[in-house]
Design a protein around this ligand. Structure first.
Ligand SMILES: Cc1cc2nc3c(=O)[nH]c(=O)nc-3n(C[C@H](O)[C@H](O)[C@H](O)COP(=O)(O)OP(=O)(O)OC[C@H]3O[C@@H](n4cnc5c(N)ncnc54)[C@H](O)[C@@H]3O)c2cc1C
Length: 348
C-alpha cells in the first residue's frame, strides 16, 4: 500500500546522533528531514572524547572531524596513575561545535532537509507518523537526555525505576587555553568527582567534571593536585555548561513507527565517555531496520549494541557511588591488564 507522506524518515533532534541517523538514511536512499530548534553549530556539555570505535563509524558516513588524536586513557588519583594505550586504534578529542558543523555539512551535502520546529506533540497511525506538520513513514527520536519523543510515545520507565535523588549524577564542562601534557585523556578521581581533561586541538583542552547534584566546578578542580595548578594558570575560553541527571531509563526503544536513538533511547552515565560511539551504532541499526521495513527488529539490535555500555558503565557507576570508589584507581593500577580489557570493551 503506498501512502502519501512528506518524507521517509523524520529525525527529531539535530545533535550528533540525529544528524548521523539522517546521513545514514540518505546513504540508503531514504529521504530525511531533521527537526532541530537550535542553530548550527550546537554546543553541549560533553567530555568531547571520541572513542576509537567512533572514528571508523564516522568515516563510514563520510565524516572526518578535525581534532586532537588521543592514544589512550590515563586514570589518576592523589598518589597513583595508570595509563592504557588503545589497542583498537586512536581516539580523537573533538570540540562539539566542530563535530556538529562537520555532521551538519555532510547531511546538507546528501540532501537532508532541515526544519527549526520543536516537536511538542505527535500522531501515529498504521502507515505514518506526523509531528510539527510533517508526515513521515518513520520517526527517529534523537532528542537527547530529556526526550520529548520518549515521553510522547509512552516509552519512559515508571517512577518506581527512578534513580534515588542522592545518587543522581550530573556533568559540567568548560574549555581552557592549555597545551596538553600528553596525548591521553586524563581522568582524575577524587572522593567526590571525576575530572576529564581532553585535548581538542589548537592549544585548547576541555575539562569536564562529573559528580552528584550541587557540585561546584571551580572548587572541585581547585581540590585536585596535579590539575588545579595547570587550570589556575590557564585562560578559560568557553562558558560553563551542564547536563543531567544522566540516568534515563526506557521501557522499550520503539513503538510502532517511532524508534529512539542516542541519549533519548536511555542513558547510563558519561563516566566511560562512549555516548557518541554507542549512539552512532544505534543510528546505523535503526536505519537498517527501517530499510528492511522491520522496525520491530530494532529492540533486539539495540539491546545487543548497548549491552557493554549498560553492564560495564552501570557497574562502574554503582562502584563509584559506593565505598568501593576509593579502590577504583588502586585496583586499575594493580591490575593494568584488567583495566585495559575494560577500556577496550567500551572503546571499540
Ligand atoms: C559532561 C558530559 C561528558 C560527556 N563526555 C562524553 C565523551 O567524552 N565522549 C562521548 O562519546 N560522550 C560523552 N558524553 C555523552 C554525549 O554527550 C551524548 O551521549 C551525546 O551528546 C548524545 O547525542 P544525542 O544526539 O543523542 O543527543 P544531544 O546531543 O543531546 O542532542 C539532542 C538534540 O535534540 C534537540 N531537541 C531536544 N528536544 C527537542 C524537541 N522537542 N524537538 C526537536 N529537537 C529537540 C536538542 O536541541 C539537541 O540538539 C558526555 C555527556 C556529558 C553530559
Amino acid at each position: 500500500m503506498s501512502v502519501d507522506v512528506d518524507v521517509d524518515v523524520l529525525v527529531v533532534g539535530g545533535g550528533p546522533v540525529g544528524l548521523a541517523s539522517a546521513i545514514e538514511a540518505r546513504l540508503h536512499g531514504l529521504s530525511a528531514t531533521v527537526m532541530e530548534p537550535r542553530d548550527a553549530a550546537i554546543d553541549k556539555a560533553c567530555g568531547e572524547g571520541l572513542m576509537p570505535g567512533a572514528i571508523p563509524a564516522l568515516a563510514r558516513l563520510g565524516v572526518d572531524p578535525t581534532g586532537f588524536p588521543v592514544r589512550g586513557i590515563s586514570y589518576r588519583d592523589a598518589t597513583r596513575r595508570v595509563d592504557h594505550v588503545f589497542a583498537s586504534g586512536e581516539g580523537r578529542g573533538v570540540r562539539r561545535t566542530t563535530l556538529h558543523a562537520t555532521l551538519f555539512e555532510r547531511a546538507r551535502e546528501l540532501g537532508v532537509q532541515f526544519s527549526t520546529a520543536r516537536v511538542q506533540s505527535l500522531e501515529q497511525d498504521g502507515a505514518s507518523v506526523t509531528a510539527a506538520g510533517v508526515r513521515a513513514r518513520y520517526l527517529i527520536g534523537a532528542d537527547g537526555l530529556h526526550s520529548t519523543i520518549r515521553r510522547l510515545a509512552g516509552l519512559e520507565r515508571t517512577r518506581a525505576a527512578a534513580t534515588p535523588a542522592a545518587d543522581r549524577r550530573f556533568g559540567l564542562r568548560r574549555h581552557f587555553r592549555m597545551e596538553p601534557e600528553s596525548d591521553f585523556i586524563e581522568v582524575y578521581w577524587t572522593p567526590d568527582v571525576e575530572a576529564y581533561l581532553t585535548p581538542v586541538g589548537g592549544g585548547i583542552v576541555g575539562l569536564a567534571i562529573l559528580g552528584r547534584r550541587g557540585i561546584d566546578y571551580d572548587s572541585a578542580i581547585a581540590g585536585i593536585p596535579g590539575l588545579a595548578e595547570r587550570v589556575a594558570a590557564s585562560e578559560p575560553v568557553s562558558v560553563l555548561r551542564g547536563a543531567g541527571p544522566f540516568r534515563q531509563r526506557t521501557s522499550r526503544r520503539s513503538r510502532g513507527r517511532i524508534l529512539l536513538v542516542g541519549d533519548a533511547s536511555g542513558y547510563v552515565d558519561a563516566i566511560t565517555g562512549e555516548g557518541i560511539r554507542v549512539g552512532l551504532a544505534q543510528s546505523r541499526l535503526a536505519i537498517d531496520c527501517l530499510v528492511a521495513e522491520d522496525p520491530r527488529r530494532y529492540e533486539r539490535s539495540w539491546t545487543s549494541a548497548t549491552r557493554d555500555f549498560r553492564l560495564i558503565t552501570g557497574g562502574l557507576v554503582l562502584a563509584s557511588n559506593s565505598p568501593l570508589r576509593r579502590a577504583i584507581v588502586p585496583t586499575a593500577a594493580m591490575a593494568p591488564a584488567l583495566f585495559g580489557l575494560v577500556v577496550e570493551r567500551l572503546a571499540r
